[in-house]
Design a protein around this ligand. Structure first.
Ligand code: ADP
Length: 164
């Protein structure tokens, strides 16, 4: 019998960008089930609350039937084990991501050799995109419609520019 292939995509998603969504769509084609999981430790600081991040991810992935949204505390590999996931999805953009992602992947491998990290690359327009950059652009009044969905852009404007 073929076992269901489950992947966990952990992150802060403060807020989710089109780069995150690009990766979620790629992962949804490779795995039977993808669980996008907000690290709730990361939600203590940041622009959006855990509930807001979960709402934004749920809205953005509504058209993808094999994607679900959740949150977790503590070790990512432990959460993956509980969910029966054998893969963690992470994104590789510019070279600077590589060292960080490699270090984390090797540490996670030591913590649980049953779980592998699968790094995916986004489409070219999202290679230099991060949640941090999006927040900075909006804070200074710039456009981000090519980087986030319209509802997320509206939330960013409301939070950072008082809705103007
Ligand atoms: P974290 O705090 O865990 O880095 P993020 O939400 O910033 O959380 O990112 C989660 C994952 O998504 C990371 O592996 C990051 O490299 C990846 N990622 C973020 N933005 C992009 C993007 N534009 N293209 C591809 N991967 C991305």
């Amino acid at each position: 019998m073929n076992e269901e292939r489950v992947a966990v995509y952990p992150g802060s998603f403060d807020p989710p960008t089109l780069g995150h969504l690009d990766l979620i769509e790629r992962a949804a084609k490779l795995f039977d089930r993808v669980i996008v999981a907000v690290a709730s430790n990361s939600a203590k600081s940041g622009l959006f609350s855990l509930e807001e991040r979960l709402e934004m991810l749920t809205e953005s992935t509504a058209s993808l039937p094999n994607v679900e949204v959740d949150h977790f505390k503590g070790l990512t590999v432990e959460y993956a084990r509980q969910k029966g996931a054998k893969a963690l999805i992470r994104g590789l953009r510019v070279i600077s991501d590589f060292e960080f992602e490699l270090t984390m992947a090797i540490n996670n491998q030591k913590l649980n050799p049953e779980v592998d990290t699968v790094c995916l690359m986004p489409s070219e327009p999202y290679l230099f995109l991060s949640s941090r950059q999006v927040k900075e652009i909006v804070a200074f009044g710039g456009p981000v419609s090519h980087y986030v969905t319209p509802p997320i852009e509206a939330r960013l404007r409301a939070r950072l520019r008082g809705g103007e």
